[in-house]
Design a protein around this ligand. Sequence first.
Ligand SMILES: Nc1nc2c(ncn2[C@@H]2O[C@H](COP(=O)(O)OP(=O)(O)O)[C@@H](O)[C@H]2O)c(=O)[nH]1
Ligand SMILES: [Mg+2]
Length: 347
Amino acid sequence: MRGPCQSTTCTFNATKKCVLGNAPDECENRPLIDEGTEEDALQDDKGEPLDVSPPLSAGVLGGPVLEASNDELETLPASRTMGLPQLNTMMESRPTCLVGIVGLSGAGKTAVLVSAYLLLSKGMLEGFSYADSATLRAFEEISRATRSWRKGDPPEHITNHTTLTDSREAGFLHLRLRRDTDDRIFDILLPDLPGEWSRALIGRKDAARLEFLRSANVIWLMVDGRQFANTGRVAYARYRARLLIERLADLLGSHRPQLLIVPTWQDKAAFPEDEVIGLQQHGRNFGFEVDVAPIASFSWNDDMNPGQGIASLFSRSLAARPAPPDFWPETRPDSDDRKIAAFRRRP
Ligand SMILES: Nc1nc2c(ncn2[C@@H]2O[C@H](COP(=O)(O)OP(=O)(O)O)[C@@H](O)[C@H]2O)c(=O)[nH]1
Ligand SMILES: [Mg+2]
């Protein structure tokens, strides 16, 4: 057998035709190759022939890189919403702020998350900058619709109705923020729940799936601000907000995180002051310290910037976190202490 053509003027290697007209098997420019014998075949230590055939994919352009999937290889995280097990792992590994978000359908729960994400991505969430997120794909999915609409013709619903793949378990979004004033890093976990969950809570149904709220540092009770500024609708809106406060009190047992009432649609109508006082009083009856943080996640009003109030909502929520425990608290030695623990150097 002969090898490749060695002549620099011949194109045989590419065309399989000899420019000199030589028969390919007799051309002197193609040196003879020793094909070896059966005895030369590679053998292992025990004299068994070794399999030296090339791997399936070798040399096949576009062929699979691996012959089979390797479960031991690390994969990139899916970065969709986090479930409760992932949430627990994160909360155990570092200090986090868990925000509970409740409110009926259309109140603006998804919109506030979308608006915060868009503000952060433009570096416009006042006082904070984006440091990381374990759920970027989930943020991208809920924000997709906000990126395309016709100028001058804003849609009534800029976000999609929230549905969950698992109607029993909440999905959480994660944001890591850097606070400008002191460069401190905060991990925040926020659920995006369907309004039906809050409606069911009002109807005393399926409350168990909201039990994670017992671990929340702060709860945002989202209400559609337009309803409170409308004389025909305010009574019903107020009634439902109060019912939600009562149901939350039942659900939370003795736990009382800070409760922030978040009226949305401030670009359309300001939240009435007497409603603030009424809700605060009602919350106090159930042991809640109620505050009001009005926002406009989007704005169809030239006098108000979209995202108004959201930076303040975040900074107030982060301030609601309990102070970290003393690293090494000073205690007085006690006669009941074990000897070694009772031993102190007296000044
Ligand atoms: N202009 C304006 N629109 C808002 C505001 N909040 C919500 N929306 C609109 O209301 C729709 C329903 O809000 P959404 O967040 O999906 O309600 P959810 O059911 O509570 O999640 C959104 O698609 C937005 O178009 C706001 O503050 N201002
Ligand atoms: Mg929603």
